[in-house]
Design a protein around this ligand. Structure first.
Ligand code: SAH
Ligand code: SF4
Ligand code: F3S
Length: 450
């Protein structure tokens, strides 16, 4: 074990990834160094409980930690995130776990870690929700990757019937616009060229008692105007809160990328109503039509749940039909899973796992077809790539090195660039798309990089 070293294991959504990066940078500022699981003095597991599978992964990670550290009592195990919020002090049953910090509690985790290292017999839990978004301690400033994520809010007020997030992340709390802009500016100064704004329901930004009256559309305008920002994206919007102004911005802001991940969940009005999503299929279609009118080339992706309680085969067919109608370039799809405390967990008409699985496979087969059609249609087009790093595809030849990046639609593109150009990470490159692979594209350089 190495004194003052830490190791962070992250599960779950982009917000967790973001929280883990923040925690790492703060620990570094306090003199900790990142290390392997085997050598770390402080092991943090940042957890997700959105579905049963992610939660099980967390539990097996705790087992792995015990093994890797030989149950060394001097190793401080910290559990943060949604499972920590949900299970709380139950997690102390694993003796190495001495800090449990929930969604808001994570903000005080660095201090608590220091205290626990000084007081080896103590355990601490930080499970209270704060009443407003608390700005966090600053970590070390480090060069940013090409894409930076900036949190604009915490929590969610929607209480969709299946979802645990409002319980684990608490009520919606918007950050102040100035704080968001400040983070964006710093990220750009540190080298980011693309910013992705994060929240569980971004269109509702500012619409809680903690906001400063600036709407999401106004926030977007202000972020988009920051010097040096080449690309702007956001996740996750909610169809019920996505207003005409949010839609129109896709036609107005040149650096707002023509891609939207817009969770549909289901195509049947009856299922949507029981999910408590507060929109129907017609509204979703109207919204996607409006998005296409504002930005004809916009690419849409989505989240889908199959086998929600009471979902009939006919309901499911409506999901497939709507997927076709919207032509999603990609989707995340899940079998409905019971989450403790949610309304849907008390619904009686649960769907058998084999039926759920069968629907999931059929849905994913359709998605493959739609995704492939979307990729195929791109061949011959020119586009701009933001290079994110070296490509694992090894087709380097003739003095070319393989790189991968994303186009404005968020599609993954591999391209060979002259080895003599050196490290291309963070550069924008003009490419012509030549070939579609299963989930990515191949391109050739078609212009200078910048
Ligand atoms: N705030 C975002 C993300 C929520 S969690 C949103 O509203 O879209 C990410 C996805 O997990 C959801 O979109 C949903 O498709 C899925 N999900 C959430 N709870 C689930 C459950 N109990 N069973 C199956 N999938 C679930
Ligand atoms: Fe969960 Fe619904 Fe909130 Fe998304 S909008 S986090 S699915 S409650
Ligand atoms: Fe998971 Fe919590 Fe995110 S449940 S998806 S880590 S908000």
């Amino acid at each position: 074990m190495r004194e003052r070293s830490y190791h962070i294991i992250t599960f779950g959504c982009q917000m967790n990834v973001h929280d883990s990066q923040w925690l790492g940078r703060v620990l570094q500022r306090r003199g900790f160094a990142e290390g392997s699981l085997e050598e770390a003095q402080v092991v943090v597991v940042n957890t997700c409980s959105v579905r049963e599978k992610p939660e099980q992964k967390v539990m097996s990670a705790l087992g792995r930690i015990r093994q890797a550290t030989n149950s060394n009592p001097d190793v401080l195990v910290v559990v943060t995130g949604c499972v920590a919020q949900q299970l709380g002090e139950e997690l102390f049953r694993q003796p190495q776990v001495r800090l449990v910090a929930g969604s808001d509690g994570i903000a005080s985790a660095p201090e608590a870690i220091e205290r626990l290292l000084a007081e080896p017999d103590r355990k601490l839990s930080l499970l209270d929700f704060t009443s407003s978004y608390e700005e966090r301690e600053e970590g070390v400033r480090a060069p940013s990757g090409p894409v930076a994520y900036v949190n604009i809010m915490q929590g969610c007020d929607n209480f969709c019937a299946y979802c645990i997030v409002p319980y684990t992340r608490g009520r919606q709390k918007s950050r102040l616009t100035a704080a968001v802009l400040d983070d964006c500016r710093k990220a750009l100064e540190d080298g980011a060229r693309e910013i992705c704004l994060l929240g569980q329901n971004v269109n509702a930004f500012g619409r809680d008692k903690h906001g400063d009256g600036v709407s999401f559309a106004d926030l977007l305008r202000q972020v988009a105007a920051l010097p040096g920002l080449l690309r702007l994206r956001y996740v996750t919007p909610h169809p019920k809160d996505m207003g005409p102004e949010d839609v129109a911005l896709f036609g107005e802001l040149p650096n707002l990328c023509p891609r939207l991940h817009l969770p549909l969940q289901a195509g049947s009005d009856a299922v949507l109503a029981r999910m408590g999503r507060k929109y129907d299929a017609a509204r979703y279609i109207e919204l996607t039509d409006a998005l296409r009118a504002a930005r004809p080339d916009i690419a849409l992706s989505t989240d889908l749940i199959v086998g929600f309680p009471g979902e009939s085969e006919e309901d499911f067919q409506q999901t497939l039909a709507l997927m076709r109608r919207c032509g999603f370039m990609s989707s995340f799809s899940f079998c409905y899973s019971d989450r403790p405390g949610t309304r849907a967990s008390r619904f009686l008409d649960k769907i058998a796992p084999d039926v759920q699985q069968d629907r999931l496979l059929r849905l994913q087969a359709l998605q493959e077809e739609l995704g492939q059609a979307w990729l195929d249609a791109r061949i011959g087009q020119e586009t701009d790539l933001l290079i994110e790093g070296e490509s694992r595809r090894d087709d380097s030849s003739d003095g070319l090195r393989s790189w991968q990046g994303r186009d404005p639609y968020g599609a993954l593109v591999h391209v060979g660039l002259p080895s003599a150009d050196g490290d291309m990470t963070g550069r924008m490159v003009r490419v012509r798309l030549t070939e579609a692979k299963k989930h990515s594209l191949l391109g050739q350089q078609a212009g200078a990089s910048w």
